[in-house]
Design a protein around this ligand. Sequence first.
Ligand SMILES: Nc1nc2c(ncn2[C@@H]2O[C@H](COP(=O)(O)OP(=O)(O)OP(=O)(O)O)[C@@H](O)[C@H]2O)c(=O)[nH]1
Length: 608
Amino acid sequence: MSKVRIYTLAKELGLENPKMLEILDGLGVSYKSVSSTIEEDTVELIRQIVDEENAAGGGTSAQSSAPITQSDEAAAAPSAPASQGTQSAAAGGQTATQTRQETAAASEVPHRAPVVTIMGHVDHGKTSLLDYIRKTRVAAKEAGGITQHVGAFEAQTSKGKIVFIDTPGHEAFTTIRARGANVADIAIIVIAADDSLMPQTREAIAHAQAAKVPMIIAINKMDLPQANPDKVKTDLTQLNLVPEEYGGDLIVVPVSAKTGEGVEDLLEYISLNAELEDLRADPKGKFAGVIIEGKVDKQAGVLATVMVQEGTLHVGDFLVVGENYGKIKAMTDSAGARIKEAGPSTPVQILGFSEVPTSGEKVSSAKNEHAAREVIAGRASDRRDAENAQVQRKLTLEEMMGPLSSVRTVNLILRADTQGSVEAIQGILARKESEDVKINVMLAGIGAPTEGDVLLAGTAEATILCFSVTAPGSVTKIADNKGVDIKSFRIIYELIDEVDRLIKGNLEPVFEEKYLGRAEVRMVIKHPRFGNIAGSYVTDGSLKRNAKAKVTRGKETVYEGTLVGLKRIKDDVREVQSGYECGINLDWDGVEVGDIVEASEMVEVQQA
Ligand SMILES: Nc1nc2c(ncn2[C@@H]2O[C@H](COP(=O)(O)OP(=O)(O)OP(=O)(O)O)[C@@H](O)[C@H]2O)c(=O)[nH]1
């Protein structure tokens, strides 16, 4: 018996998807999304119902009723599932129909177009796919004609508008997220059919998961003879991502950016997903947007691409970004046409800022210049307060340990030299989980950590643990700037010890100075290679090589450093006990007879 997808049947019967879901709810049929399949006997039953209603003039079919308008559509649209998107449309205990009706009553806010980002491994075809969609779906406006790169574009499809973020790769995605903004509603993960899952594919998936953005997999390069989509699907299941045809939630669409095969299906799936997400924004509401891109154009000056998320922008509006503001002098849409206003889910290029804004910065509007200045003054003062508070404030126990009662999650990014090491470490980590602590390995990859890892770690408050690999200097620098910890180990159990520390409470190890012993300098020996050696007598405790050393002369401390060498007679030794003579090398020539050398070491304080 063959199964049929819900949306295919809806299309065939001329029904809108929400109407079809209503019928299914009425029949008590469970489904995950409009792309779920239903049994043939259910299909027959639905056909009969629709025929009967049509015969009775009931108008179930869209063919026999007036075309559905935007607000009707809003009224009948499915409820928003928890941000995972492709999950069940029925919410806790209620039927989807009930939820939809309530949503409709509560919300007059119109739908908005989905914003989509494309991520994937290098050379898997992100740019080609975007180019194909742009070429076939973007109607070049009269003015300008040639579309220019503004960081996003709007594609027209039979199901309405879809906005694509035009900077492929997860850098763009994470830079935006790193500033606390989430601009994408759906992530397309492109995987080449001849190459399957590669390191950056896993990274891209981890980024989408961390952002809780629903994913659609596009298996690209299907035109190639060596294309092996089944391998891609099987490999995905190893990441716990189960394609729909294997009984899971994951939508997988085979495409070719070269021939265009499957691209229509991909666009359709995006629209279906958007419909399930029930994306809405009020064009009459308060304006909110995000910077997609900022640059300086030699002729025009500072240009910023802003994604309108709520409300409407007008030429002449005052905008505030961070601690800067600007007045919109001119606005163009992504096809290069001059526009006077722009509503939700519209990427617009704006002329009017004096400083180049950074991707991911949030944009708000102000009534006039005075109000804009006030907002900025308020922000500057908040920032200064926060900076001061950071210096003065002591962390509370809860801030250090996380909420005391609930389950704590330790987010980790794991990098190792070989797949074997990655698996070995993951195996050990899995056994460390307990009822109170969940270990979330967001990304486990082979090779040195990348800038992308740091951005992901920054937004997810993860620690990057490296085994037998080290971060390049450029990556360490970014990590320092962002306050992300990268820790490298050559011994697995040291790495595991670190995880134990993180489990205990994400606390930095605390060291305290422990007194070891002291010695009196009785003679100073000039050594041809090591400089002055302090011939001494240990009067208390012991001295250890590499210990911290403090030299006092009377009440005054004359030197602080390290006890770099320790000799008994002529032999180098690690430690000399009280009651013995020894030679101390402090790598300092100022030592004098009568000085007291005090040794101490830093020991880690065990924290409860
Ligand atoms: N045969 C075939 N080749 C493709 C397809 N899509 C992309 N390619 C080729 O694959 C190569 C890489 O494509 P890009 O679109 O540059 O890949 P990308 O993922 O954007 O790569 P980066 O920007 O370097 O990360 C190019 O030579 C494309 O022509 C496809 O569907 N079929």
